[in-house]
Design a protein around this ligand. Structure first.
Ligand SMILES: Cc1cc2nc3c(=O)[nH]c(=O)nc-3n(C[C@H](O)[C@H](O)[C@H](O)COP(=O)(O)OP(=O)(O)OC[C@H]3O[C@@H](n4cnc5c(N)ncnc54)[C@H](O)[C@@H]3O)c2cc1C
Length: 318
């Protein structure tokens, strides 16, 4: 029992970034335990997903054919059966919408110690140490989990994605799904907020905060987003005011984003906001306050009035 089993995540026909981040986290754990890294992908285009998961450090990819999309009852049964077959020391699951749905059920069925929303993990002897953020990200706590087998769900954008190809074996896993226990059916997919934009997939985000002052002023940042071919996102007050839909909110209670470039305009950089965007490759901040916390994590900063800076940027990029 030294192996690691990680469960990949997919939606609408694509593996999500968290799948590749799980491989990185799993690879680190397997290196410490000296065990193998098993990755499983359940439902969807398992043939294509299986090949995409043949990554450096992965020993075996288990593919489980069962429907197209995520289904709670199927995942809960299949992950439990995979766990019994692989007998890993650590079971890693995504702290995504799907993962949060089935991970506690699996841990409960298996009677496992379970730590959710983990941002760092390590092994100290035979003990797992799992780090979580608390009090809205203001402090970190590290928990030592003294159990032979542990389930963990990891937060997105905390580990780098693994994309080096490896030579993992791909094995079809025949799950024995009890159809009478499948009590939910996926009938369709609708993005919260009614929009068709997924800000977590964007390469460039122009993000606006309370510094914009009035709803009418949003057109200015829309123009900048157009000029940069970027996607518009925001801090929470903009969504709370009803100026943008919920699916545009970045942060702890919004979405975690990892664009190449994140332009934070009139955003102070509160911990709850930073929790959602600190994984961005390059962060640009525009803020009149040189002491705004956003400058602690920004790569580039313009300490100036957004109503002067944004029109100048639009002119430059158009
Ligand atoms: C449980 C909980 C969950 C939360 N979840 C989230 C979340 O998911 N996402 C999120 O964003 N927040 C979240 N929050 C709210 C968070 O604490 C902050 O209140 C919020 O992020 C602040 O948004 P802001 O930076 O736009 O506004 P402010 O903090 O008011 O900052 C506005 C900034 O604009 C600057 N500014 C003003 N005028 C100009 C100008 N003309 N030009 C340039 N700069 C200017 C100011 O200097 C200031 O720094 C959460 C809070 C709680 C308690």
């Amino acid at each position: 029992m030294t192996d690691v089993l990680a469960i990949a995540d997919h939606r609408r026909g694509e593996l999500r970034d968290i799948s590749f981040e799980l491989v990185t986290a799993g690879r680190e754990l397997a290196a410490e335990t000296g065990g193998d890294l098993h990755v499983a992908v359940i439902s969807g285009d398992t043939e294509r997903f299986g090949e995409q998961l043949q990554l450096d450090g992965v020993d075996t990819v288990h593919t489980v054919e069962d429907g197209e999309e995520f289904n709670h009852d199927v995942y809960a049964q299949v992950v439990t059966q995979l766990f019994d077959a692989v007998e890993p020391q650590f079971l890693l699951m995504p702290n995504s919408v799907n993962g949060l749905d089935y991970a506690p059920a699996v841990a409960n069925r298996l009677g496992l110690a379970y730590v959710s929303d983990v941002v760092d993990i390590g092994v100290d002897g035979s003990t797992l140490t799992a780090t979580r953020e608390m009090y809205g990200g203001k402090v970190e706590t590290t928990t030592a989990v003294e159990a032979d087998q542990v389930a963990v769900s990891i937060r997105g954008a905390e580990w780098p994605v693994t994309d080096d190809t490896g030579d993992a074996d791909i094995e079809a896993f025949e799950a024995d799904v009890d159809e009478s226990a499948v009590r939910s059916t996926v009938t369709g997919f609708e993005e919260v907020g009614g929009g068709d934009v997924d800000i977590s997939e964007a390469d460039v985000l122009v993000s606006i905060g309370r510094g914009i002052e009035e709803e009418e002023n949003l057109d200015l940042v829309r123009d900048l987003a157009d000029a940069l071919d970027a996607t518009l996102s925001s801090s929470r007050p903009i969504v709370d005011a009803g100026w943008l839909p919920k699916n545009r909110q970045v942060g702890q209670s919004g979405k975690v984003v990892t664009p190449d470039v994140y332009i934070a305009i009139g955003i102070s950089g509160a911990v709850q906001h930073v929790a959602g965007m600190k994984g961005s490759d390059t962060i640009v901040a525009i803020n009149t306050d040189p002491n705004a916390p956003i400058y602690d994590i920004a790569d580039y900063g313009i300490v100036d009035d957004l109503f002067d800076v944004v029109p100048a940027l639009i002119e430059e990029f158009e």
